[in-house]
Design a protein around this ligand. Structure first.
Ligand code: NIG
Ligand code: FE
Length: 416
C-alpha cells in the first residue's frame, strides 16, 4: 500500500543530476513549499507540490500521514566508528585537563586503548550494542551510515567487528555500510613497526574481509605515527584490486600527504581534510574524490582550526559532512549538530550543509544513484523535522528536532 506524507511546509528534494554536487550546485536545495511525498514499495513515486502529488494515481488509495514541518532526504552519515565496546572516559578527563591528541596517545590512550575491550567482547553483544546505537542515529534522522572496524587490529577481532555490522543489519532498519579500517593504528604486539603490521593486514586481513564480502570499503589512517602516504597508496591500491573501494583518513592532524595518496589510489572520499593545501584540493577535484568533513570532531577536540570548506567548495570539490561518531574524538551521533558546526565554524551555508549531509554523503558512499535525494525512483529514505524553515535545522543546536524517520518507505522512528 502506498503512503502519502503530506502537509509538509518545506520539502528539500535536492532534485538534479544523479551525481555529487560541487560549487554553486551545493546550494540548490530543490525547495518545494506546501509539499507531499508519495511512497510505495520502499521507493519514492512522486514528490512536489501537495496538489500535484495528490493527483497521482496511487495517491487516492494511499495511507495519509499529515506530517507538517520540514522534510529532507534522510541523512547519510558517511563516516562513523560505531562499533566500540566502551566509551573512553579517561581520554575525556585528560582532554579536559588540557592534554592534546598526541599527548593522550603517548599516555596509552587513544585508538589503542579501545582494542582491549573490543577484543574481549563476543560477536553477539557487539552486534546488539551496535543496533542500540543505530536506533539513536535513526531518532536523529539518519537513514544510512557507514561503519568502520579498526579497534580490533588483529585478524579475528577485525573480522568480528565487520561480522557485527553484518549481524546488526538484521536488528536495525538503519542501513549500514561496512569499512575495513584494520590500518587504523599499529597494535602493541607489532612494537611500532607499521610496515610489518601493514604487511600482515595486507596478507591476512584484507583478503579474508574481501573474500567473505564483509566490507564495501577499505580505509587507512595516514598520519605521522600511524601510516605514511606511500603505504597508504600501496595499501589502498591492493584493497581496490580485491574489490574494496578506497577511503582515507587524511590531513587530520597535519599536512602529511594522505589526501594526495588517497586520490592517487582512486579514493571515493578523503576524510577530515583539516590541513589540506591547494595541491591536495586540486588532487581531490581531479580524481573525483569527495571531501568528507567531520567538524564535530574538531569541536569536541577543542580545536580552533576547522576544515576549509569554503576553499574546497570554491575549487569545485564536492563536500560531504559526517559525524565521525567514535569513542575518542567525536562521541556524537546527531547529524543536526554537525550541520550547526559546519555553518558556525566552517562558514558553510545551511543549504550547502544540508546538501553535504544528504546527497554528497550518499556519493561519499557510492550510493547517490539510489538515495540521498527525494527524487522519484530513489529509495524512500526521509527525515521530518519540527520546524517552519529548513534553516532552523542548522540554527538551533544541541537538541533533536527530528519528528519522523522513514526508511525504505517504512516509519522507523516517530517522536512520542
Ligand atoms: O576519525 N583519526 C583516526 N580515527 C578517528 C579517531 C578514532 C579514535 O580516537 O578512537 C577519527 O578521529
Ligand atoms: Fe574517523
Amino acid at each position: 500500500m502506498a503512503t502519502l506524507f503530506t502537509g509538509i511546509k518545506q520539502l528539500l528534494t535536492f532534485a538534479g543530476d544523479l551525481s555529487p554536487r560541487a560549487g554553486a550546485a551545493m546550494r540548490e536545495t530543490g525547495l518545494v513549499k506546501n509539499a507531499a511525498v508519495l511512497v510505495e514499495g520502499g521507493v519514492i513515486e512522486a514528490a512536489g507540490p501537495r496538489a500535484a502529488v495528490a493527483r497521482h494515481r496511487l495517491a487516492k488509495k494511499a495511507r495519509v500521514v499529515e506530517t507538517g514541518g520540514i522534510c529532507l532526504p534522510g541523512f547519510v552519515d558517511s563516516h562513523t566508528h560505531m562499533v566500540f565496546a566502551e566509551p573512553r572516559l579517561k581520554d575525556f578527563s585528560m582532554r579536559t585537563a588540557g592534554a592534546t591528541y598526541q599527548q593522550i596517545k603517548a599516555a596509552g590512550g587513544g585508538i589503542i586503548s579501545s582494542i582491549g575491550a573490543v577484543r574481549g567482547q563476543a560477536l553477539k553483544p557487539m552486534a546488539a550494542q551496535l543496533a542500540r546505537r543505530a536506533a539513536r542515529f535513526l531518532e536523529c534522522g539518519t537513514t544510512t551510515a557507514e561503519v568502520k572496524s579498526g579497534y580490533g587490529l588483529s585478524l579475528d577481532s577485525e573480522l568480528k567487528m565487520l561480522r557485527a555490522v553484518r549481524d546488526a543489519k538484521k536488528l536495525t532498519p538503519l542501513e549500514l555500510l561496512p569499512t575495513l579500517l584494520a590500518a587504523h593504528s599499529v597494535p602493541p604486539e607489532f612494537n611500532g613497526d607499521a610496515r610489518k603490521y601493514l604487511d600482515y593486514v595486507t596478507a591476512e586481513i584484507l583478503p579474508k574481509a574481501a573474500a567473505e564480502k564483509l566490507a564495501v570499503f577499505a580505509d587507512i589512517f595516514c598520519e605521522k605515527g600511524y601510516f605514511t602516504p606511500e603505504q597508504t597508496t600501496a595499501y589502498l591500491k591492493e584493497a581496490a584490486r580485491l574489490g574494496l573501494r578506497p577511503k582515507v583518513h587524511s590531513e587530520q592532524l597535519s599536512n602529511y600527504g594522505g589526501t594526495r595518496a588517497g586520490a592517487a589510489a582512486g579514493a571515493v572520499s578523503a576524510d577530515h581534510a583539516d590541513h589540506v593545501y591547494a595541491e591536495d584540493i586540486a588532487a581531490m577535484r581531479d580524481a573525483g574524490t569527495i571531501a568528507a568533513l567531520l567538524p564535530a570532531s574538531n569541536y569536541y577536540l577543542g580545536l580552533n582550526k576547522f576544515p576549509p570548506a569554503r576553499e574546497l567548495i570554491a575549487e569545485g570539490v564536492p563536500v560531504a559532512l559526517a559525524t565521525d561518531f567514535n569513542p575518542g574524538t567525536c562521541p556524537c551521533w546527531n547529524m543536526q549538530f554537525v550541520l550547526s558546526v559546519a555553518c558556525t565554524h566552517c562558514a558553510m551555508t545551511p543549504e550547502e550543509a544540508l546538501c553535504a549531509a544528504t546527497v554528497n554523503g550518499a556519493w561519499a558512499l557510492g550510493i547517490g544513484d539510489r538515495c540521498g535525494a527525494v527524487i522519484p525512483g530513489l529509495q524512500a529514505d526521509l527525515a521530518f523535522f519540527d520546524a517552519d524553515d529548513y534553516r532552523e535545522l542548522a540554527y538551533y543546536f544541541g537538541g533533536n528536532q527530528c519528528s519522523l524517520t522513514v526508511k525504505k518507505g517504512r516509519i522507523v522512528h516517530a517522536k512520542k
